[in-house]
Design a protein around this ligand. Structure first.
Ligand code: SF4
Ligand code: SF4
Length: 331
């Protein structure tokens, strides 16, 4: 009897689609995946209908790579559907792992988000202040739109997840690693991140040779100053999220002279990436008179950061220790 192929699914919830496209970065190795697996859903490449997935017996799909945050009721329904139909559910990409860029919307409530998007933006012409309704009657019948949830959530905030592959987008090689681990029966313990167990700084060529970061006197802005291409960016005062971020990408951004924004998520054993980075920064900020350094001195420097939430919590606000701003709102 011919050996049964693995059944794989890729699903795209609230995200930009980059995670889906990143799978294509495995280039010709996609042929190895295609030889070993049958892809039952892949929105960017094949046209599978939801009803086909609903019709599958439970646990038919071997691995689902689920990307995107849970922002509306359709995303949430699909999270539960793929959980039921999959033996292994992987939160794929930082939006599924931590809410991602989508989660940044959680500093506003749903009413503010809708009004900003459909009424207030300078490029919007909407004199009647119409906000899309979840139901609308047309001559042809009633049409429905997904309903925005009160806040964006990570995948494991709505259903159980077996493994995590962070990144914006993830490295294509991580898809192959996960498929190979299944084929070889060599999966890590459930709940693991499939990826590096080091911090980004551990794999960065700019890492201070002495092991510890030099003290810095002030925060620098990438828009005002061109970084020295050799030295550690943090030691030059740029907010490089390396100390709080998981490795695995080969320190791509610092190697292009750009500070890391933290897309691989919290470093191993770090619960809150933003809090860890703020604490790392506070420990290396040195005022003129270090003996007399006060919280106000540190705050003055921190206030030079133009977008603190977007800097420290760009990808993990949805699951940070910062309380979410959520109010009831009926469109
Ligand atoms: S702080 Fe940034 S530049 Fe410095 S070693 Fe870490 S990743 Fe590299
Ligand atoms: S350096 Fe940081 S932001 Fe850039 S790809 Fe790596 S983890 Fe993501």
């Amino acid at each position: 009897m011919a050996e049964q192929k693995l059944k794989l699914a890729f699903y795209w919830a609230a995200g930009c689609g980059g995670c889906e496209v990143s799978v294509l970065d495995i280039d010709e190795k996609i042929l190895d995946v295609a030889a070993a697996a049958e892809i039952v859903m892949w929105p960017v490449a094949i046209d599978t209908k939801y009803k086909e997935i609903r019709a599958l017996p439970d646990k038919t799909i071997d691995i689902t790579f689920f990307n995107g945050a849970i922002r509306n009721n359709e995303n949430e329904e699909m999270a539960h559907l793929f959980r039921a139909k999959s033996k292994i559910l992987i939160a794929f990409g930082v939006c599924a792992v931590g809410g991602g860029i989508v989660g940044l919307g959680n500093i506003y409530d749903k009413k503010e988000l809708l009004e900003e998007a459909f009424i207030n933006t300078p490029s919007t012409e909407n004199d009647d202040k119409i906000i899309p309704a979840p139901k609308y009657k047309m001559p042809e019948g009633e049409v429905h739109l997904p309903i925005l949830n009160e806040a964006a959530r990570a995948l494991d905030q709505v259903t159980s997840v077996d493994y995590y592959i962070p990144g914006c987008p993830p490295q294509a090689s991580q898809v192959l690693d996960a498929v190979n681990a299944i084929l070889e029966g060599n999966l890590p313990p459930k709940g693991s991140v499939i990826g590096s167990q080091k911090t980004l700084c551990d794999e960065c060529e700019r890492r201070p040779k002495e092991g510890e970061f030099k003290k810095i006197k002030s925060i620098a802005d990438r828009l005002d100053v061109e970084p020295d291409p050799e030295k550690c960016l943090l030691e030059q005062g740029f907010i490089c999220m390396g100390p709080a971020t998981r490795g695995g990408c080969g320190a791509k951004c610092p190697s292009a002279n750009v500070p890391c924004t933290g897309c691989s998520g919290p470093a191993p054993h770090v619960k809150d990436q933003g809090a860890k980075m703020i604490s790392a920064l506070a420990s290396i900020l040195q005022t003129e008179d270090e003996e007399k350094k006060t919280d106000e001195d540190i705050m003055r420097e921190i206030q030079k950061i133009k977008d603190p939430i977007g800097t420290f919590y760009r990808y993990f606000l949805a699951r940070s220790i910062i309380p979410q701003k959520v109010k009831d709102y009926e469109p």
